[in-house]
Ligand binder design. Structure first.
Ligand SMILES: Cc1cc2nc3c(=O)[nH]c(=O)nc-3n(C[C@H](O)[C@H](O)[C@H](O)COP(=O)(O)OP(=O)(O)OC[C@H]3O[C@@H](n4cnc5c(N)ncnc54)[C@H](O)[C@@H]3O)c2cc1C
Length: 443
């Protein structure tokens, strides 16, 4: 089998490595325009901040690819010919395939703001953006970041690490309003304040104003305010990178449409990772998943389909984690920003420190847990995954909460306070005493 993979991100590389195990005889070629070698996108910010060297962005040594007989092509794919079963490259070459995986990831979303093409205005997605940001923030004193999601706060942290004054423009009334309930957003806001970031909520970008040299010198907001700055970061989200697939006639919507084995509308052509959109997502699942671990899971699933051993894609309970400056955040299952009908939300926050736990559960006699958020406390993925998969009652979860405590050696334990607060908020759900001695002890 001759497998060609467009994209050497986590999805493409996981597929390549899985196919190598399943089909030792396969010829596998990975094509990428970004870099010949796979890089870790979540680690980009640490290279800018000087915590990692550029070579540390590569999870595998350069010898790894030849050792696993994976051929690397550093080029842009300019066209797909699904009738001839070949991809066309910017170098003028055409590569034939038996099976093709499109794993082209996402692109930063843009909005057509006046001035967005000025020097000193950019998003953050890949290596080219990182290099440009290195160059163009060199002599910058004031920056504006547009958008209050995960990449927006990464940009703010990167800029603050170099002492650059940062103003964030956030459209919603609170930070990441589409995802976080207000209490979680308030804790993130405290981090932003503590790290010297000025945030303007309920504010949108209207235009970016340039100087005579064609470089950003200020932004104007939806309220008509002019904020001086020499650099503008655009972080209003990402969108699936589907241009190539669209031009080749693959069925697309917001992403490249795929079935449960990640097969596209064309024979022998698969799509996975950020660029793919599930035609029929399972209950509680979203059609487009733009995360590192979902890219890995989809890369594995698609490898099995490519090798003729299909198994349906099943992500399992939703999971994500991030760090907002110093504040750790984890979310498991579903915790929407606004509480849906029929769901209770138990919420505990430490009176003085930045620790928070929210557990959503069914508002019926059984009280099955639906999802949880933590900030400043780390919980064990395997334990929560199991509780969510088995619809464990909230009372049982709380009496065993200590078993989910991640690395109790290093984290203060709050279970007693949490259970006490739960009894106050939900006396109709009595919590049994802890299963293990000492689980509720404070240190
Ligand atoms: C700054 C940043 C931080 C992030 N942090 C986190 C995090 O902490 N946790 C988390 O879960 N997720 C994070 N994400 C999201 C996560 O990185 C993505 O979900 C994941 O990288 C998607 O993997 P992928 O393989 O599908 O696509 P990508 O990693 O985007 O790889 C796609 C590849 O396709 C190549 N390509 C595209 N078009 C062509 C073409 N025409 N020709 C040749 N090559 C092409 C590109 O060069 C690219 O290398 C972050 C994303 C960003 C941008």
């Amino acid at each position: 089998m001759n497998l060609v993979i467009i994209g050497n991100g986590i999805t493409g590389v996981t597929c390549a490595l899985t196919v190598r195990q399943l089909r030792p005889d396969a010829r596998i070629t990975l094509i990428s325009e970004e870099s010949p070698y796979h890089i870790s996108r979540p680690a980009l910010m640490y290279a800018y901040m000087g915590h990692l060297r550029p070579q540390d962005l590569k999870p595998y040594g350069d010898w790894f690819w030849a050792e696993n007989r994976l051929e690397l092509v550093h080029a842009t794919v300019t066209g797909l010919d699904t009738a001839q079963q070949q991809v066309e490259l910017s170098t003028g070459l055409a590569l034939p395939y038996d099976k093709l995986l499109v794993a082209t990831g996402s692109v930063s979303r843009v909005h057509n703001w006046p001035g967005q093409d000025l020097a000193g205005v950019q998003g953050l997605y890949g290596l080219a953006d990182l290099e440009r940001m290195h160059r163009e923030t060199h002599a910058v004193h004031q920056a504006v970041v547009v958008g209050g999601g995960l990449i927006g706060i990464e940009l703010a942290e990167m800029l603050r690490s170099r002492g650059i004054a940062v103003t964030m423009l956030v459209r919603d009334a609170h930070y990441w309003g589409s995802v976080l309930p207000p209490e979680e957003a308030a804790l993130v806001n405290r981090q932003l304040q503590a790290h010297g970031v000025t945030v303007q909520y309920g504010t949108e970008l209207a235009e970016i104003i340039g100087d005579e040299a064609g470089r950003a010198r200020a932004v104007r907001t939806s309220q008509g305010e002019e904020i001086p700055c020499q650099w503008v970061g655009l972080a209003i989200g990402v969108t699936p990178n589907i241009g190539l697939a669209q031009a080749a006639g693959l069925e697309t919507d917001r992403g490249i449409l795929v079935d449960e084995q990640l097969q596209t509308s064309q024979a022998h052509v698969f799509a996975a990772g950020d660029c793919a959109q599930h035609r029929q997502p399972g209950p509680e699942e979203v059609p487009i998943e733009q995360l590192w671990y979902t890219g890995r899971q989809q890369g594995e699933t698609v490898a099995y389909a490519i090798c003729g051993q299909p198994r349906p894609y099943q992500r399992g309970p939703w999971f994500n984690s991030a760090k907002f400056f110093q504040l750790e955040y984890q979310t498991y299952g579903r915790v929407p920003a606004r509480l849906p009908a029929g769901i209770h939300s138990f919420y505990w926050q430490h009176p003085t420190e930045q620790h928070l736990l929210r557990i959503n559960f069914q508002a019926d006699a059984h009280g099955a847990v639906m999802g949880m958020n933590t900030m400043g406390i780390r919980q064990r993925h395997d334990v929560w995954d199991q509780w969510l998969r088995t619809a464990t009652p909230i009372t049982q979860v709380l009496s065993a909460l200590g078993t989910a405590n991640f690395d109790p050696e290093f984290f203060r334990r709050h279970e007693a306070a949490i259970v006490g607060e739960f009894a106050r908020q939900f006396p109709q759900y009595p919590v049994a005493p802890p299963r293990r001695k000492g689980i509720f002890s404070f240190r």
